[in-house]
Design a protein around this ligand. Structure first.
Ligand code: UDP
Ligand code: MG
Length: 319
């Protein structure tokens, strides 16, 4: 019998975790002919998510939990779950029931048809703020324009991946992880399933603006060098503009008699050039910061405690 692992990252999800466990158990029990293992990764929660998960892992032998020593972030939590997963396929799903567990059975059908990656594309996003919807939509479009690999639009981490894809993903050593992009980069046979993304079942989003910006930058800078080229382009545009301005000032100096009043344009030009230079240095800096992070080669996360998970199975800690 084939095994399917389900990886669920959890950060302060105490309000929703009981419903999530119940829903996932009922959905996975209703799918016959497959064995399921549910891997909950507690990403340094400060509420009682951890104790609840430990209690569930004692009750159900197919529930496994990992607890991080602190909050390492969503992508790290997902990576840890993938590292310890043993299934022939792995499903990634959020803990807040925004991704409906029922879709898992449709994903398995597609997987059996021969697709190696079945990702969920959001038809709409309910219960999320206007700001989140607009920024998310624009982000996916900007990313798809900039990225060198084709990353599907409006697609989160909710997906099923075949073991061979998971093994390649685990073998990728990068520290700034943007998993949905990495999976697109890996390739193989990929297909989409459209689903309605509902509102969070309970609790608040664990992605405040700062985390969203960091995640967005990781996505763009890990999958594109176009921003570096952008600064060269900005340089050319600015030089062009200053040439034109020079011509204009020469014209004003020779042909008119009110040429002293040029201070404003001078200041504008200086500020403009200064701004462009700072932006360009900033862009280079962002890449350098990522190179620095990679060169330190720290582990992605540190596990404090694990239930029903053997130390040998956890590859990254020993790396
Ligand atoms: N999450 C996590 N670590 C974090 C932030 C979030 O493990 O630092 C988990 C969270 O518990 C949830 C998933 O990642 O299962 C997605 O987070 P959330 O629902 O808050 O994001 P949103 O849906 O608002 O983008
Ligand atoms: Mg959510």
């Amino acid at each position: 019998m084939k095994t399917v692992s389900v990886v669920i990252p959890c950060f302060n999800e105490s309000e929703v975790i009981d419903f999530t466990v119940e829903e996932l158990l009922s959905v996975t029990n209703s799918i016959s002919n497959y064995k399921f293992e549910l891997i909950f990764v507690n990403d340094g929660s400060s509420d009682d998510t951890e104790s609840k998960l430990l209690a569930y892992s004692k009750q159900h032998e197919n529930i496994r939990t990992i607890s991080f020593s602190r909050n390492f972030g969503h992508q790290q939590a997902v990576s840890a779950g993938l590292d310890v997963s043993t299934g022939d396929a792995v499903v990634l799903i959020d803990a807040d029931l925004q991704d409906p567990p029922k879709v898992i059975s449709d994903m398995i059908v597609k997987w059996e048809e021969g697709f190696d990656v079945v990702y969920g594309t959001r038809a709409n996003r309910e219960g999320e703020s206007w700001f989140k919807r607009v920024t998310a939509k624009s982000f996916y479009r900007l990313l798809s324009y900039l990225s060198e690999v084709q990353i599907p639009l409006d697609t989160g981490d909710f997906r099923l991946m075949d073991r061979q894809v998971v093994d390649h993903l685990i073998a990728m050593p990068e520290k700034s992880r943007f998993i949905r992009g990495m999976v697109s980069w890996i390739g193989f046979n990929q297909t989409a399933i459209t689903y309605e993304r509902s509102a969070r079942f309970a609790g608040e989003s664990k992605y405040p603006l700062t985390k969203m910006i960091k995640f967005g930058l990781d996505g763009i800078l890990s999958f594109s060098v176009k921003p570096l080229k952008l600064s060269i382009m900005m340089g050319f545009v600015c030089s062009g503009i200053s040439m034109l301005m020079l011509l204009y000032f020469v014209y004003v100096r020779i042909m008119t008699d009110h040429w002293v009043s040029g201070w404003t344009s001078l200041f504008v030009a200086i500020l403009f050039m200064g701004g462009v230079q700072l932006i360009s240095i900033g862009i280079v800096g962002e890449y350098v910061a990522r190179i620095y992070k990679e060169s330190k080669n720290r582990p992605l996360y540190i596990i404090k405690e694990r239930r029903s998970i053997n130390a040998e199975e956890t590859r990254s800690i020993t790396d």
